[in-house]
Design a binder for this molecule. Structure first.
Ligand SMILES: NC(=O)C1=CN([C@@H]2O[C@H](COP(=O)(O)OP(=O)(O)OC[C@H]3O[C@@H](n4cnc5c(N)ncnc54)[C@H](O)[C@@H]3O)[C@@H](O)[C@H]2O)[C@H](O)CC1
Ligand code: K
Length: 507
């Protein structure tokens, strides 16, 4: 296992708590299978390993079995090849020291899904070798029925004995309807349960498999939307609370997969609106960053910016009249925006009064996705502004002061990335922090790059995961560069290393 990074105390951690309190965001009670996958992955990165989680999970279920206070004459563990089965192997290890234990693996021994499950499976096999437990492998219905018949005989013959079935077949990884031999096993077990309700106890690990009529669900870490049993207990498996607040590699599971066999434009069209007579580099940084991820990136700006854009054939130019982007351009740019999945607005746009009018009219009228950065944040007339849910703001500390007063209002529907040594990403329902990045990133242009990356991801994804993953990627690029060059890198280096970061982080 890799080392766990130790966080440094920064002022932003207090800000995080303050914002969380203001937004009244509590820990979630019920989670989806995808959310649990994110938590597991981030736990590995920032807290405890998946192996330890599996050990804690198995141990927690074992303790619940002991709590039943029944002297089982035999315990059977039905285990799948995924991590739910892995939890089952851990339980078997604990059970076998106290009860007659029989482990059943459903599926091919060579197709065990993860290293942590494999490790626990190997131990079970060793225990079989030394006679500490019994083991059988089931590949089809026929073998399953044969074994279930022997269990039925035991229930018939031994009048006063109790038998325990542990369901470690499938957990959060189940997709679609139950396949054979699982469905045959579940149906048969349900028949046995109805015939021998007193003598047979069935306990499900995490989630009961299919419509298994379990006596108890021992749920791990948090309730899942799939948990249906009236009898359940939620067991802690040692995931530190802060993990759920961290952006990590697990968050990338929340992004849509890049479309295979796709044609141009299906993986995002981004329009960057920014730049002015004075600032020509900023929108180009945003656009170049976006172009590493999106299919088509256009820069709409004034002629001065077009000169810079023309050095990069990967960018499409759209030239506007005059020296600044102003109110006169509103209709034209609203029309142009309709051809794009996401607009990145603000880099280098400057702060004159005509531009202010443009920014306010444009944001008032657009219904599209917009990432709002830099000067655009300063120019908004907040007293007449709607924080729409398709807006992502990317302010630094000073720019955030414009927004902060509005976040408690019920009309606050936007997503915000508050940049800092510890970035805080939030909307009205979620809040997370990101710790990638380093001092080298104080160099000019990193903010422009950040909003470009977020815009490109947002073109094909939801706002909150886009904001989280974009922020993580930007800092991750800095961390890759720091490893090689210390703090001696600039924004062009970040853009150059972006493809490597994307390759490493996207699933
Ligand atoms: N934080 C936690 O809560 C932890 C939970 N743990 C346990 O891990 C499982 C989830 O494990 P995973 O490997 O993702 O999935 P499964 O074990 O559920 O199996 C997936 C496996 O099953 C096959 N499959 C999927 N659908 C079907 C179907 N309809 N019919 C038949 N077979 C199916 C497919 O091959 C999949 O690969 C969680 O529930 C917990 O028990 C960790 O141990 C600790 C942390
Ligand atoms: K299960």
């Amino acid at each position: 296992m890799k080392d766990i990074k130790c966080f440094q105390k920064t002022g932003n951690i207090l800000k995080f708590e303050e914002l969380r309190a203001k937004l009244k965001i509590n820990d979630k009670n019920d989670v989806s299978p995808l959310e649990i996958k994110v938590i597991d992955e981030n736990s590995e990165q920032y807290g405890i390993s998946k192996e330890t989680l599996m050990e804690n999970a198995g141990r927690a279920v074992y303790e619940e079995i002991v709590n039943l206070n029944v002297d089982f004459s035999k315990t059977y563990l039905f285990c799948g090849t995924g991590n739910n089965g892995g939890d089952g192997f851990v339980i078997a290890r604990h059970l076998a020291n106290n009860f007659a234990t029989f482990v059943v693996l459903i599926g091919n021994e060579r197709k065990i899904k993860t290293s942590e499950t494999q490790r626990n499976f190997n131990t079970v096999k060793n225990m079989e070798f030394f006679g500490n437990l019994d083991y059988a492998n089931i590949l089809d219905d026929e073998r399953a029925v044969e074994l279930l018949k022997t269990i039925e005989k035991e229930l018939e013959n031994k009048q006063n004995d109790h038998i325990l079935i542990i369901d470690a077949m499938l957990g959060t990884g189940i997709t679609g309807i139950l396949k054979n031999p699982y469905s045959t096993i579940v149906d048969y077990l349900n028949v046995l349960k109805s015939k021998y309700s007193k003598k047979l106890k069935m306990v499900s690990v995490d989630i009961q498999t299919g419509n298994l009529n379990a006596d108890l669900e021992v749920i791990l870490h948090k309730r899942k939307f799939e948990n249906k049993n009236k009898n359940f207990v939620v067991k802690d498996i040692g995931i530190p609370k802060y993990i759920e607040n961290m952006v990590g590699k697990g968050d990338f599971y929340l992004l849509n997969e890049r479309k295979q066999n796709s044609h141009k434009g299906q993986n995002g069209n981004v329009l960057v609106i920014g730049g002015s007579k004075e600032y020509h580099g900023a929108p180009v940084f945003s656009a170049l960053a976006a172009s590493k991820f999106a299919d088509i990136v256009t820069v709409a700006s004034v002629s001065n910016v077009m000169n810079t854009v023309s050095n990069y054939p990967e960018l499409m130019p759209y030239e506007l009249t005059g020296d600044y982007i102003v109110q006169n351009h509103v209709d034209e740019l609203l029309e142009l925006s309709k051809n794009y999945d996401c607009v990145v607005l603000g880099s280098g746009i400057s702060v004159n009064s005509d531009t202010k009018e443009f920014v306010n009219s444009y944001l008032n009228e657009t219904n599209g996705k917009v990432v709002i950065d830099a000067d655009a944040i300063k120019l908004i007339d907040y007293s007449n502004f709607k924080f729409k849910n398709n807006f992502i703001f990317t302010p630094h500390k000073k720019e955030f002061e414009y927004i902060e007063n509005y976040i408690e209002s019920s009309g606050f529907k936007s997503t915000v990335v508050l940049k800092g040594s510890l970035d805080i990403i939030f909307n009205s329902n979620n809040i997370k922090m990101n710790i990638t990045g380093n001092q080298g990133m104080t160099v000019g242009g990193t903010g422009d790059i950040l909003c470009g990356i977020i815009g490109a991801i947002y073109a094909c994804n939801d706002a909150f995961p886009s904001a989280c993953c974009g922020t993580y990627i930007n800092g991750y690029c800095g961390d890759l560069l720091e490893k090689e060059y210390g703090y001696y890198y600039n924004s062009t280096d970040i853009i150059k290393i972006l493809p490597k970061a994307l390759k490493e982080l996207l699933y």
